[in-house]
Ligand binder design. Structure first.
Ligand code: BDR
Ligand code: CA
Length: 313
């Protein structure tokens, strides 16, 4: 099978960094480019982090900086979870990868135009860049194979009681994506809270014994500490790579194809994804919602990618 061409739009971010590694180091995927969006940190921080992680993990694709604020102008950082740099916990190399002169949205358009087959967009941050791309390049919509995003929840949230962080940051962008008519897969907290970094995973990383695995241990220990402090979850959930893993092997998640809409106005529920599991609203299904994870399959892919990235480095 031909590798799946994809663009990763992200806001690194601990779990985004691991999503970059999985996207770049699995033979089933053909990573065409990485674009950044503000979320876990301001746009300058997350772009620098993306270039540092690419340097660290031997990822050689164009990287372009994207939106610095949400469609309605909101800016927030998740420093309570990801630290001041948005990627605290380990020394990262100075970036050797140049930043593209193009804006993220224009790089997406160029990569999609230049590729012979439809391209998959994976978003692991707020959906701002993806929504801007759909609005600015409507003629390229039929060149998008599908959109997979980490965000939302069929139950509770993590930024507010009902809204997950990525969707809460830019609900209007999520609304554009959910109404796009393109094939969509949502990897929300339901499934990503099963991708836990357990003690056994830390042991496997220690046994790998590469400089890259040691750096990742440092990053994930920081992430585990903040997750324990904020959410009482000592084994933190590695959200973002789940959106990549399901492209490599669809059987890594179990999904339901249902109607999903985003709450734009509720004073307490803005940014909540309304996932109609029992089809009570009578609205057409527009999104595959991943609900269950094959933990062993997921981690064997993730660990293999980390060990491959280290060998090539
Ligand atoms: C999402 O928010 C960010 O903090 C993570 O990188 C992930 O994309 C989880 O809610
Ligand atoms: Ca993210």
């Amino acid at each position: 099978m031909k590798p799946i061409p994809l663009i990763l739009d992200c806001d690194p971010g601990h779990d985004d960094a691991l999503a970059m590694i999985l996207a770049a180091h699995n033979p089933a995927l053909n990573l065409l480019g990485i674009t950044t969006v503000s979320g876990n940190g301001g746009i300058a921080k997350v772009t620098l982090n993306a270039r540092r992680v690419a340097t660290l993990a031997n990822i050689k694709v164009p990287i372009a900086e994207g939106a610095g604020k949400a469609i309605l102008g909101a800016i927030e950082e998740a420093s309570d979870i990801h630290g001041e740099s948005a990627l605290d916990g380990a020394e990262l190399p100075e970036p050797k990868i140049e930043l593209s002169a193009l804006h993220a949205v224009d790089l997406m358009a160029k990569l999609i135009k230049d590729h012979s087959e439809p391209v998959t967009l994976v978003a692991t941050g707020p959906l701002t860049n993806i929504a801007l791309f759909l609005k600015m390049y409507p003629q390229l919509k039929n060149r998008v194979a599908e959109i997979v995003f980490m965000g939302g929840s069929a139950s509770r949230g993590n930024r507010t009681p009902y809204a997950e962080f990525n969707i809460w940051m830019d609900p209007e962008a999520a609304d554009v994506v959910l109404r796009s008519g393109l094939p969509l897969t949502m990897c929300g907290l339901d499934v990503t809270h099963q991708a836990l970094v357990t003690k056994e995973i830390f042991t496997a990383l220690e046994q790998m014994g590469t400089p890259l695995s040691s750096t990742i241990i440092g990053l994930l220990k920081f992430f585990a500490k903040t997750y324990d402090e904020v959410f009482e979850m000592p084994d933190p959930p590695l959200h973002d790579p789940v959106a990549i893993a399901l492209l490599i092997d669809r059987s890594v998640v179990k999904s339901r194809h249902v109607n999903v809409q985003v709450e734009l106005s509720g004073p307490l529920t803005r940014g909540a994804t309304v996932v109609d599991i029992y089809q009570r609203l009578g609205e057409p299904a527009n999104c595959n919602v991943a609900l269950d994870l094959d933990f062993d399959k997921f981690w064997s892919m993730m660990l293999e990618a980390i060990s491959k990235a280290a060998i090539k480095a």
